[in-house]
Design a binder for this molecule. Structure first.
Ligand code: ATP
Ligand code: MG
Length: 426
């Protein structure tokens, strides 16, 4: 009897060959943009002490209340698989004194995050983010830089027309506290009419009610107090300057006064890049300023602003828009077909070509078979060229190269010419 096969954990995906090519394309495109702006990579562990996330993300957020993968280590210490990257990044910067003396830092990270959510398209339990965090800069120019950088990434990926920027300011802690009180005051009067989640949030995290997906709640919010009436002068000026900068560089945005973020630590600027191509999971990149977080975690007050993008969602978007360059899906340029007793010579030629043409991706046929069978494998491999080596060619120091895609052109070159020719093709 067949045994039940072992499956991956629900909501946690394998990234298979073929897909992984697309991931690598996406990652290298993002890295080239980050490099262009002089950002540096930071890598932190995927597990941290639970209280790091409780203290930073906030006790009454969705993440901390119901989405964290928390377990006791063998020594009884409570650990959590990171649900996001900002807290770990701040922790590492503090621990290694990267920001202790108000140094400026522009950092990025990439990797898996874990949240116990209901799996659906664009929402998983293990998902991946590329995140950016900057420290030590209070100037709205850095908020603008982050937005300009993402905008440039969308251009490079060919999706600029398919994502829209929503922008808001959520002010200082004090302004937010005043507004929260006014909002709770108003919503308490209509509590019975709110959706269930919002009723609960009224006591725990009332600002989150602003982005409730419930139609009725949204229409009740039309008469709610307006945050912009409570905004402090400094945040207002910061927001005005950011908008002016974006106007000057020609980046369009929509001010959405109901845009709040799910994590407690934000202040002033918040933004999201949203697409309408992915259904309900439309936010592909989200971020904002968190000037209070470093201090909240025990460091010196340090201005900070960052964002994180959801890699699965962006890759889904690239796929649905068909904007992935063809060559991304192939991992081989040349497939080496060999006839007769030439294995050693084939290996030597392969080594010589790989060395002479560093970009070359050459795969050798293994396992014999007649010419026709090997050529079929060459074709299936997706390679652009078949390189054909037989005993006569080996004796003459030559090999034949045959185009498998654009034409059926075939020619015989000696080994040095071959390297030059391939160099020009790739
Ligand atoms: P959402 O409102 O969609 O739950 P969020 O506010 O919880 O998002 P952030 O914590 O700001 O998301 O994370 C930044 C980005 O990471 C999101 O905009 C999204 O693209 C991606 N993301 C968040 N949670 C998931 C998930 N469970 N699966 C896949 N991507 C996710
Ligand atoms: Mg969420």
């Amino acid at each position: 009897m067949a045994k039940a096969s072992i499956q991956a954990i629900r909501g946690m995906n394998d990234i298979l060959p073929g897909e992984s090519q697309v991931w690598r394309y996406f990652e290298s495109t993002v890295k080239s943009v980050l490099d262009g702006f002089g950002y540096q990579e930071i890598r932190t562990p995927v597990v941290e002490q639970t209280h790091l996330f409780k203290r930073s993300i906030g006790e009454v957020t969705d993440i901390v209340e119901k989405e964290m993968y928390t377990f006791d280590d063998r020594n009884g210490e409570s650990l959590t698989l990171r649900p996001e990257g900002t807290a770990s990044c701040v922790r590492a910067c503090e621990q290694h004194q990267l920001i202790a003396n108000n140094q400026r830092q522009r950092l990025w990270y990439m990797g898996p995050m874990f949240r116990y959510e209901r799996p659906q398209k664009g929402r998983y339990r293990q998902f991946h983010q590329i995140g950016v965090e900057t420290f030590g800069m209070a100037d709205p120019a850095i908020d603008a830089e982050l937005i300009v950088m993402t905008h440039q990434l969308w251009k490079k990926l060919g999706i600029r027309d398919k994502v829209e920027l929503e922008l808001n300011t959520i002010g200082s802690n004090e302004a937010r506290a005043n507004y929260k009180a006014a909002l709770v005051d108003y919503l308490s009067g209509v509590k019975d009419q709110l959706d269930e989640d919002s009723q609960r949030r009224l006591d725990t995290n009332p600002l989150r009610i602003l982005d409730s997906k419930d139609q009725n709640t949204q229409s009740l919010l039309n008469d709610a107090p307006n945050f912009h009436d409570y905004l402090d002068e400094e945040s207002e000026a910061h927001f005005a300057e950011l908008k002016a900068l974006l106007d000057e560089v020609g980046i369009e945005y929509k001010v959405n006064p109901r845009l709040v973020r799910g994590l407690d630590y934000y202040s002033k600027t918040v933004f999201e890049w949203i697409t309408s191509e992915l259904g309900a999971q439309g936010t592909v990149c989200a971020g904002g300023r968190y000037d209070g977080l470093v201090e909240q975690l025990g460091g010196k007050a340090t201005p900070a602003v960052g964002f994180a993008m959801g890699m699965e969602r962006l890759i889904l978007l690239l796929e649905s828009l068909n904007v992935i360059p063809d060559q991304v899906k192939s991992n081989i340029d040349v497939y080496l077909v060999s006839m007769g007793n030439v294995t050693t010579a084939a290996m030597a030629l392969a080594a010589q070509l790989r060395e002479a043409v560093p970009k070359l991706r050459l795969q050798m046929h293994i396992g014999g078979g007649n010419f026709k069978k090997q050529m079929k494998k060459a074709d299936e491999s997706g390679a652009r060229f078949a390189l054909i080596l037989g005993e006569d060619e080996v004796k003459a120091g030559q090999a034949s190269i045959k185009s498998l895609r654009d034409s059926a052109e075939q020619m015989t070159l000696n080994n040095d010419e071959l390297a030059n020719w391939l160099q020009q093709q790739l």
